[in-house]
Design a protein. Structure first.
Length: 184
């Protein structure tokens, strides 16, 4: 399927936006690698297959909408209360969502083809704006891709517990898989 030039709306009704974390520190065996769904977000994309540089994307995420889907590894499986505690820590100790309720991404440059594209842009979260690179592809009317975020670049101290023996790795993955829904 070829991509038609035009505007598209993105959001949870058209696909997934997921954050993945890994564990670090002396006590890493006790913790979990997490898969976290972003449940409230919206985006707009303008796509010009003939001129990728004329394409653009912007995304807004509700910083309070992170829900733990899965925790792998660890000594014990995650419980419902573990998930609730992790989600509270993300809001209060990592993203400080009361002060910074919205995370935004705005593209500044798009290059490549539908088969393999690269988007450079500014990611604003936790009160800081830094450049980030997203790589992805389009196939069958779906856009998939990913980016790697080093939390410390945004002034975020990766979450730690047990006097730092167990901590979340600084590197966090962001993945998306969304259908292209024409804007109305």
């Amino acid at each position: 399927m070829s991509i038609t030039a035009g505007g598209y709306t993105l959001g949870p009704e058209s696909g997934l936006l997921v954050v993945t974390t890994t564990r670090a520190g002396f006590g890493a065996k006790a913790g979990h690698d997490l898969t976290i769904a972003v449940t409230r977000w919206r985006g707009d994309a303008t796509i010009d297959p003939a001129d990728p540089a004329g394409s653009a994307v912007s995304v807004e995420v509700d910083a309070e909408s992170f829900e733990v889907c899965e925790g792998t590894g660890g000594v014990k499986p995650l419980t419902a209360s573990d998930r609730a505690e992790i989600e509270k820590n993300i809001r209060e100790k990592v993203l400080h969502s009361a002060r910074n309720p919205v995370i935004t991404f705005r593209s500044s440059r798009v290059e490549g083809t539908a088969e393999s594209f690269r988007v450079e842009g500014d990611l604003t979260m936790a009160g800081a704006t830094r450049p980030v690179v997203v790589e992805g592809s389009v196939a069958g009317g779906r856009v998939t891709g990913s980016a790697v975020i080093m939390q410390s670049r945004w002034g975020i101290r990766p979450y730690s517990a047990f006097l730092g023996a167990l901590k979340v790795g600084d590197e966090v993955g962001v993945r998306f898989d969304v259908g292209l829904v024409p804007a109305r």
